[in-house]
Design a protein around this ligand. Structure first.
Ligand code: ZN
Length: 137
């Protein structure tokens, strides 16, 4: 279901903002969605019909997900102060491959981390959606 063929080189900060905004709006439940990439940069959240929020780590109904190979990972929120993957998260990641973002309280630009399918932290380059500037420059 998750493509994962393409090398992911970064993430748009606007996507983090969108995740945090969504996380705040469902707090104290968990927000969960999938991620689409554009030219190797994580760019867009994709809401999955049938996702049930708040049932901790029940995660996605896979069969409901659209077949879309630009989907490269997942994002979810933790309604607490840890953005570390839970054991359930790790087993989900390892079954899916791809990139997995977890954000936690207080849901700001410093409260997220990206993990690979082995649960190892990935250092993603931060881009801005204006497309011509990169925060690292
Ligand atoms: Zn989690």
């Amino acid at each position: 279901m998750i493509g994962g063929k393409k090398k992911i080189r970064g993430i748009y900060i606007e996507l983090i903002d969108a995740l945090n905004e969504a996380a705040r709006s469902v707090h104290p439940e968990e927000f969960l969605c999938m991620i689409r990439e554009d030219d190797g940069i994580l760019s867009e959240m994709v809401l999955i019909p049938g996702t049930v929020y708040g049932d901790s780590h029940s995660f996605l109904n896979d069969w409901m997900a659209p077949v879309d190979f630009s989907l490269v990972g997942t994002m979810h929120s933790h309604p607490g102060y840890s953005n570390r993957p839970s054991p359930e998260d790790l087993s989900y990641f390892s079954n899916r491959g791809g990139v997995h973002i977890i954000s936690c309280m207080p849901y700001d630009r410093n409260s997220w981390k990206a993990y690979n399918s082995r649960g190892e932290v990935m250092n993603l380059k931060i881009f801005s959606d204006t497309r011509d500037d990169c925060f690292d420059l």
